[in-house]
Ligand binder design. Sequence first.
Ligand SMILES: [Mg+2]
Length: 204
Amino acid sequence: MSRRLIIFDFDGTIADTYPVFLAFVSREGFRFDAGEAGELRDLSLREAVKRLGIPDRKLLAFVRKFRRYFRKTCDELPLIEGVSDAIARLHEEGYLLAILSTNDTRNIRKILKREGMWQYFDIVRSERNIFGKARSIRRLVRKVGFAPSATWYVGDEVRDIEAAREAGVRSVAVTWGFNSDAALRASHPDSLVSTPSELSDVFS
Ligand SMILES: [Mg+2]
């Protein structure tokens, strides 16, 4: 098999971050019930930010604050059930595995080491701009020297699918993270999976 590159998003795709995000926004004074928290999942990040009433000029500070909160609370953060086995399998099958996230690489490293998964990833990159993933994907693919058509980006958000499309790589939406199944389908990913065990079928 010629080598293929699979790039993963981290939060919501590998780590179960959504409950931490909800705890953070409620701590910041945003009040909503379970129904409203569910509705947020149908919105893209831009729309969710708007719904929470965060003005564009405050978004960067909000994201920075979340990263700090995350750093303090991530010791207990669980991974999505079954993801560890699915990734170990892809690694054994010979795929080159990478992570491209807007989270801090220090947080990612800490969690992956704790879970015994650090060695599966050849590349771990952070993109500070939460809407800058397309550019980062393109840069990473160029650096590794793979064809975009032999590359996938796997993510849990509409913005991940859009970034993959913009970068010219194939997209895989996972339904266990931030965005709902319906919102992800509407963004027309190349593939959509609802459990980690389905992942290896996508790439074969
Ligand atoms: Mg994510």
